[in-house]
Design a protein around this ligand. Structure first.
Ligand code: SRM
Ligand code: SF4
Length: 585
């Protein structure tokens, strides 16, 4: 579609974030604000608590702070009932998320991460929807060793979680064209610019000593209390919207001239998270603010991020994202505030057009004369399984003589992996390795556009199964599609174990959002290019009910679709879901 997408109508009357109701005293800052303020730039008691072997996890306060260093304290929820019965503590471990701007790794780095997964975590690597990698199941005594091994290959986990700018995404893959290389370089620059300046990560986890007598520490961009909430940035290169630019707090759409990025249309205020039954939380697509030349990237990003730093809601974390700041104060106010913070205002937006937001799988030639393989990784989980040893195959590829030095591994925003920069001979070898390890390469069209969040057993917020449930459900929906001759139809399906939206479900043509154990809301009608929110179709469905609800819609699509009409467009045109209305109840 062209330019700005249709806006969803605000689900709540605009409020004034951070202030009490008329006449009421202002609400106090949330407890997290106080934790940040007294943390001495994200140190708190983390170092001492990591040394305390008797406790498997961390105190509540240290658990909040460790997020800024890219880690979460979790427990295996599969084991909870049995351990509770046996009066045992929860099986606590750490999840660690890397910072990998634009998702680009060298083959050597990938190989090192593969070893860390085996030696320090649960033996798998999890590609994420923000182009990075998570390790799960790191026990406390392994945390420092894992982070030192990450540091040894010049990677880190700084700011991968927490109230800061998160991993910066860019259209995959930088070796595809000059514009893609520009986008990845811009992502790396943004990531470096907004990296917290505190030395806490190196001090606590790597063991570097604080330099005494030097300049007092400060956070020139963030200040001592960082941001009100997470902040997400991505750069899209049309016609692909693989980064889901409309879901970002701050999105840049590349305007390409003579093959290179000349500038960007800038979007702000996208976000996915919501809570069931709380209508003042909702997903939202970003608004187009205007155009800026490429050399103003950092200036623009800093204006938007600091406006959110200064005006975001620090009293209620559920309403602390930029989307609520914009809806609360109004888009005109927000635009004026951004203009005020920049050297000169935006130019009018330039036209752009997206066609997809999923990945094109298989080998493709790059501008560099080399070959790039986009490999489907189901829900991003790299593991060795009975039906294919993907983890071992990727390690063998990363270790190939020659390719180990020149090859690159690029994580896509759809949880897939590009094996990049292969010569003709390496391409043949890579295909052979994948075949030797029985890595599946053929997938139904629906599965190719399917994405699930992590969910159980590690995610503490999951209400329903996610990553472990979607593959089987796709098989069952595929059977329905085949009955109506639609097996080759591209349809995006996304599933999350709760409404937080980690797989960006509200932009899919079909979405399932966890309500409770084995129960999901069914949403329909997202656009094929990720530019439009879907709408709630049915609530609280069990597995058989999902299929029963979908079948008549699929049958109608088979019969009444127009030439080339996508499923998401059909369900809206046919009035199966309204063009406006609730994303969830
Ligand atoms: Fe997410 C929280 C996993 C992308 C919105 N997300 C979580 C936590 C950390 C659960 C928690 O807070 O205890 C999950 C850890 C699960 C686990 O066991 O690993 C988690 N989120 C993920 C990942 C791994 C999903 C995946 O399958 O790939 C993604 C990691 C991204 C990364 O590498 O940085 C992931 N999360 C997203 C996205 C998509 C995106 O960023 O493009 C979103 C929606 C976009 C947005 O932010 O609006 C997203 N995650 C959330 C939210 C809701 C935030 C909100 O504004 O309401 C939470 C809950 C929270 O922050 O309180 C959350
Ligand atoms: Fe966990 Fe919910 Fe995110 Fe899924 S969407 S990973 S269940 S927080």
């Amino acid at each position: 579609m062209d330019g700005a997408p249709p806006k969803p109508e605000p689900a709540v009357a605009a409020g004034d974030p951070g202030r009490g109701a008329a006449g009421a005293p202002p609400a106090p800052p949330s407890p997290n604000e106080q934790i940040k303020a007294r943390s001495r730039f994200l140190r708190g008691t983390l170092s001492e608590e990591l040394d305390r072997a008797a406790l498997g996890g961390l105190s509540e306060e240290a658990s909040q702070l460790v997020k800024f260093h890219g880690m979460y304290v979790q427990d295996d929820r599969d084991l909870r009932p049995e351990r509770a019965k046996r009066k045992l503590d929860r099986a606590v471990s750490f999840m660690a998320r890397l910072r990998i701007p634009a998702g680009v790794l060298t083959a050597r780095q990938f190989l090192a991460l593969d070893r860390i997964a085996a030696e320090r975590a649960n033996g798998t690597l999890r590609l994420t929807t923000r182009q990075t990698i998570q390790f799960h199941g790191i026990i406390k005594s392994n945390v420092r060793a894992a982070l030192r091994a990450i540091d040894a290959v010049l990677l880190d986990t700084i700011a991968a979680c927490g109230d800061v700018n998160r991993n910066v995404m860019a259209a995959a893959n930088p070796f595809r064209s000059r514009a893609h290389a520009d986008a990845a370089e811009a992502a790396a620059r943004l990531s470096a610019h907004f990296l917290p300046r505190t030395g806490a990560w190196r001090e606590i986890f790597i063991g570097d000593q604080r330099v005494r007598g030097g300049e007092p520490e400060s956070e020139p961009i963030y200040g001592a209390t960082y941001l009100p909430r997470k902040f997400k940035v991505a750069i899209a290169v049309p016609p692909a919207n693989d980064v889901d630019v409309y879901a970002q707090d701050l999105g840049f759409v590349a305007i390409v001239q003579d093959g290179a990025i000349a500038g960007y249309d800038v979007l702000a205020g996208g976000g996915m998270g919501m809570t069931h039954g709380e209508p003042d939380t909702y997903p939202r697509v970003g608004d187009v603010l205007g155009y800026c030349p490429a050399d103003r990237l950092i200036e623009v990003a800093e204006a938007v991020l600091t406006a959110q730093r200064d005006f975001g809601d620090r009293t209620n974390r559920k309403r602390a994202r930029l989307k609520y700041t914009i809806d609360g104060r109004g888009l005109d106010w927000f635009k004026a505030e951004i203009d005020r913070r920049m050297r000169s205002p935006f130019e009018p937006p330039r036209p752009f057009a997206f066609s997809t937001h999923d990945d094109r799988l298989g080998w493709a030639p790059g501008a560099d004369g080399l070959h790039h393989l986009t490999l489907y990784v189901e829900n991003g989980r790299i593991a060795d399984r009975d039906d294919g040893r993907l983890k071992a195959a990727l390690a063998a590829i990363a270790g190939l003589e020659g390719f180990g030095e020149s090859g690159r591994f690029v994580i896509t925003p759809n949880q897939n992996l590009v094996i990049a920069r292969a010569s003709e001979a390496e391409r043949v070898r890579i295909d052979a390795i994948l075949a030797e390890h029985r890595v599946p390469r053929e997938f139904s069209r629906l599965r190719q556009g399917a994405m699930a969040c992590v969910g159980l057993p590690t995610c503490g917020l999951a209400l329903a199964e996610s990553e472990r449930y979607l593959p089987g459900l796709v098989t069952r929906i595929d059977a329905v599609l085949a009955r109506y001759g639609l097996q080759d139809q591209a349809i995006t399906i996304r599933l999350t174990g709760c409404p937080n939206g980690c797989a960006r479900p509200y932009l899919a043509e079909i979405a399932l959002v966890g309500r409770g154990p084995g129960r999901y809301n069914l949403l329909l009608g997202g656009a094929a290019d990720g530019s439009r929110l879907n709408r709630l179709y049915r609530e609280n469905l069990a597995d058989a009910e999902i299929l029963a609800a979908l079948e008549p819609v699929i049958a109608g699509y088979a019969q009444a679709r127009r030439d080339g009409e996508r499923f998401g467009d059909y369900v809206r045109r046919a009035g199966i879901v309204p063009a406006s209305g609730a994303v969830s109840a």
